[in-house]
Ligand binder design. Sequence first.
Ligand code: SF4
Length: 340
Amino acid sequence: MQETQRSADVLSEEGSNSAKRRIMSGMRPTGRLHIGHLFGALGQWAQFCKTDEAFFEVADLHALTTAFEHPEQIRHNVVELVLDWLAAGVDPARSAIYVQSHVPEISRLQVLLSMIVPVAWLQRVPTFKDQIEQLGGEIATYGFLGYPLMQLCDIAIVRANTVPVGKDQLSHLEFGREVVRRFNHLYGPTLVEPHGTLSEFPDVDGTDGRKMHKSYGNTIDIADDDRTTEKKVRSMVTDPQKIRRNDPGRPEICPVFSLHELVNGPRVPWIEEHCRSGALGCVDCKSELAERLNASLRPVRERRASLDAAQVDEILADGAQKVRAIAVETLADVQTAMKI
Ligand code: SF4
């Protein structure tokens, strides 16, 4: 009950409902994006560009919290990530797209706010506890412990009032809001308390039937070509009880069917019926899916292929300039409030 109330508070009023929202979101540059991102977060981001003031950050410092031993891929991944964003319709003319480390005010704000954050607040953020349990303390670094504070600084530096969050990230946001309240209580109203706008997307099934996730090696990537997509779709698992072509299948447990639901709208009832009756074989079902996926991804892929790294550099330089115009002021206000 207490948890429910807290979630409602985090998601409440001005942030999610005000006419003019300032939205901040980001992703870590850890590799190519897949269709789960495209049909989930990126679709929403493209929409934010039309309706809100939007800031999209490539969180390269966050990537270092877990990839500090292998940083050589990060720069390359930054470019790949931005190409995926642009291809998906994120509009750099109607948003700010920037790299976290190009805005040094974020790190400086983190140092200042770290002075007022009790270590216990960071230790109790559930994702920290989970990671430590899962990884046996392998990444129990100072930087990793401070991850949620850096996230708050990403948001606070641009004075964003709205943050798209999944249910599992509400505790991060609540931590950030507590830090803002503590700061404003100690030094006077200076920082904006961000609210969440819930962005729950259904998980997209990967080729092996588990949730599509880079670390499982089961993704269909935005940047894949048609043949790679066909190959991946052909390799997908299906209903294990449908062994011969005429065996009746169970679409509700088949990842191929769940991807049909994403991209093959009007044909879905027909596929469901003919899978169940055994009239549709998995080979044909997969061929149709590969065709539909490639058709719906074609404009995105063509847009991606028409862009080059030089454009990305320009976009990122422009984005950093837009953000720093706000960030310098926020930092100055924080320093004034803290009398340094
Ligand atoms: S016919 Fe299609 S939906 Fe049915 S089990 Fe085979 S691949 Fe899955």
